[in-house]
Design a protein around this ligand. Structure first.
Ligand code: CTP
Length: 399
């Protein structure tokens, strides 16, 4: 989905940096359009770096692209945070004196404004009249939060928390998720385990945890009680999800198995280290002058294969992930089929990695295999789309 994030000139503009992250991490393309004055609070570089897209404030920049028309028309959702008293006034009167207000006039999608200002400005009849006008036209205007303002003062006028703004905004455009996991308990593992070599070094992998977090969010949205066993993930906790942080494979195994004992579904989305150092040094390893270092590694238990074998709860659906690269011995799918049979899970979600695919970036493309290697579904799109595709397959299996 294409989201236009407008930023007004309020001190709370810094909170919109987090809002931007929440929106991009939910798999959306976000174009930031700050007002000129807002750049005094948060500069262009921050918005460009966080959104990965160019940022302009004026109608007269990038004229051949006719951005003041295109940006609004192409948006699926417009969110403005913070919306200052001046910005509310300009929006209410239909001014188009910068790129953001011009885009507000061309947008035909849902628009959410999150006001932030001092209490006096918020309560002024002029501001209240502008809010009433905007609301009468179908614009969604959030009530500001009550609390500490810029200085020592406090009252109504605080920008709501970024999580609240993101949830309110996305609720305007997203179809409500089917409640087909209501009453179900699910465990999702995410991230990548780390095996310590010494107090400062570890063996690890590049998993960011994004796909696992998307799975947890999607399950929660579909009504499940979700436990997320998170190995070394730095993403914000998904709302309503119990997060169990772990580091090593042994910790991940213990966390997953504890919660799997009462779960209807276990999804192993974590990248689990297959080997760990036979001994983790208690002190930092020093160079010994030999010009090399040999590590003794021992194999870790295969958590997924154990879960598939032990079936900690009757009727439990066990789901594995396989990140594969094609090679001389077989294609991605051939390796996936062999792994599905070897692991004994009910479903195996196979995705191609390597060459930048699969890790970290927004999109994903997976094939869901049954335990016998037959294809049951395909899913492409954002990590959220893929997550819902996986849960669709799980729900079918539970039925
Ligand atoms: N997995 C696990 N425990 C391990 C290794 C992997 O539970 N020690 C799980 C992962 O969470 C994932 C699935 O197994 O759901 C596939 O992981 P992958 O690393 O692709 O499988 P491996 O068994 O390591 O296969 P390979 O022989 O390709 O290394």
């Amino acid at each position: 989905m294409r989201i236009l994030l407008g930023v007004g000139a309020g001190i709370a503009a810094y909170k919109s940096a987090l809002l931007l992250r929440l929106l991009t991490e939910s798999g959306h393309e976000v174009r930031v359009v700050p007002t000129r004055a807002s750049l005094a609070f948060v500069g262009t570089a921050t918005w460009e770096a966080l959104s990965g897209r160019p940022v302009t404030t004026e109608v007269f920049e990038n004229v051949p692209e006719v951005e003041h028309v295109r940006l609004g028309k192409e948006a699926d959702l417009v969110v403005v945070a913070p919306a200052t008293a001046d910005l509310l006034a300009r929006a209410a009167t239909g001014r188009a004196d910068d790129l953001l207000t011009a885009a507000l006039l061309t947008a035909r999608c849902p628009v959410l404004l999150a006001p932030a200002m001092h209490t006096e400005m918020w309560e002024h009849p002029a501001t209240q009249a502008n809010v009433a006008t905007l609301r009468s036209r179908g614009v969604h205007v959030l009530e500001p939060a009550v609390g500490r303002l810029t200085g020592a003062d406090s009252g109504a006028g605080r920008l709501p928390e970024p999580e609240e703004i993101a949830a309110a905004a996305l609720a305007l455009v997203e179809d409500p998720a089917p409640q087909d996991l209501a009453g179900r308990r699910v465990v999702v593992s995410a991230g990548g385990t780390r095996e310590p070599l010494d107090p400062v070094r570890f063996l690890g992998n590049r998993s960011t945890g994004r796909q696992g977090y998307a799975l947890a969010r999607a399950a929660a949205a579909r009504g499940a009680h979700v436990t997320l066993v998170a190995a070394n993930v730095t993403l914000p906790d998904p709302p309503g999800v119990l997060v169990v942080p772990v580091e090593t494979t042994a910790e991940l195994r213990a966390g997953v198995r504890e919660h799997a004992a009462t779960a209807d579904v276990v999804v192993m989305a974590a990248a689990v280290a297959d080997y760990r150092p036979a001994r983790a040094a208690q002190e930092k390893l020093k160079k010994d002058g030999s010009g090399g270092l040999t590590l003794d590694l021992v194999q870790n238990p295969d958590v997924l294969a154990e879960l598939s074998r032990d079936r900690l709860r009757a009727g439990q659906v066990v789901v594995g992930f396989a990140a594969e690269t094609g090679d001389a011995t077989g294609s991605v799918l051939e390796h996936g089929r062999a792994k599905a049979r070897r692991k004994g899970a009910d479903l195996l979600v196979v995705n191609a990695v390597g060459g930048g695919r699969g890790f970290g970036e927004v999109g994903n493309d997976v094939v869901v295999l049954a335990g016998d290697g037959t294809e049951v579904a395909r899913s492409t799109g954002s990590k959220d789309d893929v997550a819902h595709g996986v849960w669709d397959a799980v729900v079918e299996r539970l039925a």
